[in-house]
Each structure stands twice: as structure tokens, then as C-alpha cells.
Ligand binder design. Structure first.
Ligand code: SAH
Length: 247
């Protein structure tokens, strides 16, 4: 539990819900959900997870698909603050891990600055769920000595990622939120020297009943996405480890 010196009242738990399969919730997440008075959640938290919220617990939905939030981030933080100050036991439930592209950091900062205690409960991030669901390791001594989680959400279509570093061989790249920028991502990696024949995969809704895995190469990523109509939430994984997948 982190607290700031100016602590007043209330507490919020920022809880990772994991990639979708409810059995991948941690025991701690489940315990906090079941003891909550209010659960504030967004679109990545699916039905199966929501089913673990006891009847009578208030649910507040604050998210919507395709990065267009129902409530702006500041409004979400303000809502959490209001609920905490009203003395409620608040669970802020997020898909995957709250600190991996989950804006958990921003919410934590806002709450701590207002003197509200914050507890962080990690969740299984989508990349780990995808590797487990389709049988590919993220690192492997013969394939990848490092693994990089990258945001594919390119601001204004501009390219402010460190492409020369990302294009180096011997690593696994996992792009979150990358479907809209897929073409640009593939083009940049090739332009910076990554072999177009590098194995790649698109993974949709890993660990959920609708999960899908499409195997391709760096060069054929955009085409594969178009041909199969791959939509978010999906991960783009690039690196020879995906060649080990069962999918
Ligand atoms: N905090 C989350 C990530 C939020 S960003 C985590 O740790 O997993 C949202 C992006 O996560 C989506 O655009 C998609 O790229 C990815 N994602 C989340 N759940 C996923 C799943 N079950 N399968 C594939 N991708 C997923």
C-alpha cells in the first residue's frame, strides 16, 4: 500500500484483471473484487471476469473501444477520488496489468496527490497470456535474449519510437494497441534493417474463447491483418519465438 503524507480517507485498489480468462485472475484480485463496494472497469474487462463481482456491488463502466474513452482520463481519476473520499472500498479493475499500458500510473499519481491510499495488484499482461495460450515463449536461449513491450499507438501517425533499437535481431517485440499503426510499424522495422522474413504473429483475444492466432512474417503482417479482418484487442508479436507456437 502506498500512501502519501497528506493522507485523508478512502482507498483505491488498482487491480489487474489479466488477459481475459477468469482463471488467470490472482487470488488477491478476486479477494478485493469480492470485498469491494464499487468496481470501476473498462472495456478490456470481459463478461467472465465481471461475473466474479458479487451482486449488489456497484459497477461503473468507464471505457469504450478504440481508445475513445467514455470518460476522459482526468474524469476517471476524479471519479475514483470522489468514491474514495465518500469512504467506499473501490476497486479500479483494468485488463492485463494496471502498470503495462494501462494508465495505472496516471491514476495512482492523481490519487496519491490527493492523499488517497493506493494498492496495486498486478495482473497477467496480454503478452504473457498470449505466449501461454499459443505455446510460444517470449524469451528462449536460441531465439531471443530480450523481450520488448511497445506501444503501437503512434501519436498523430508520427514515428517517435526508437526504430534502430527495435529492429535489432535476437529479441521479441510485442506491440500493444498496434492494429491501427500496423502498416507503419512493419514498414519502419524493415526500413531499419529487420529481416522481412522474420516470423511474426497477430493474436486476437488471447486466453478468451474467441482467441485467434495468425502466423506470418514481418513483410506479410499488414496483408494478413487485412485478409483476416483482425481487429483490436490484438497483439503484434515479431521474432522467431513465434515459430514455436502451436497455433
Ligand atoms: N494493461 C493491458 C494492456 C492495455 S492496452 C495489459 O497489461 O495487457 C490495450 C491493448 O492490449 C490492446 O489494444 C491489445 O493490443 C492488448 N490486449 C489486451 N488484452 C488482450 C488479449 N486478451 N489478447 C490480445 N491482445 C490484448
Amino acid at each position: 500500500m502506498k500512501t502519501s503524507q497528506a493522507q485523508t480517507s478512502g482507498a483505491v485498489a488498482l487491480v489487474g484483471a489479466g488477459p481475459g480468462d477468469p482463471e488467470l485472475l490472482t487470488l488477491k484480485a478476486l479477494r478485493l473484487i469480492q470485498a469491494a463496494q464499487v468496481v470501476v472497469y473498462d472495456h478490456l474487462v470481459g463478461e467472465a471476469i465481471l461475473a466474479s463481482i458479487p451482486a449488489g456491488v456497484e459497477r461503473i463502466y468507464v471505457g469504450k473501444k478504440a481508445s475513445r474513452h467514455t470518460l476522459a482520463q482526468q474524469e476517471i481519476s476524479a471519479l475514483l477520488l470522489r468514491l474514495a473520499r465518500a469512504g467506499k472500498r473501490v476497486v479500479r479493475l483494468k485488463g492485463g496489468d494496471p502498470f503495462v499500458f494501462g494508465r495505472g500510473g496516471e491514476e495512482m499519481e492523481a490519487l496519491l496527490a490527493a492523499g488517497v491510499a493506493v494498492e496495486i495488484v498486478p495482473g497477467i499482461t496480454a503478452a504473457l497470456g498470449a505466449g501461454a495460450a499459443f505455446g510460444f515463449p517470449l524469451t528462449h536461449r536460441d531465439h531471443a535474449q530480450s523481450c520488448v513491450f511497445v506501444t503501437g499507438h503512434l501519436k498523430d501517425h508520427s514515428v517517435d519510437l526508437d526504430w534502430p533499437a527495435l529492429a535489432r535481431p535476437g529479441q521479441t517485440l510485442v506491440f500493444y494497441m498496434g492494429m491501427a499503426g500496423l502498416e507503419s510499424i512493419a514498414r519502419q522495422l524493415e526500413a531499419h534493417g529487420l529481416d522481412p522474413a522474420t516470423p511474426a504473429a497477430l493474436i486476437y483475444k488471447a486466453t478468451l474463447p474467441q482467441q485467434r492466432f495468425w502466423s506470418c512474417t514481418l513483410a506479410s503482417l499488414p496483408d494478413t491483418a487485412t485478409r483476416h479482418g483482425v481487429k483490436p484487442p490484438a497483439l503484434i508479436v515479431i521474432g522467431s519465438v513465434v515459430g514455436l507456437a502451436a497455433g
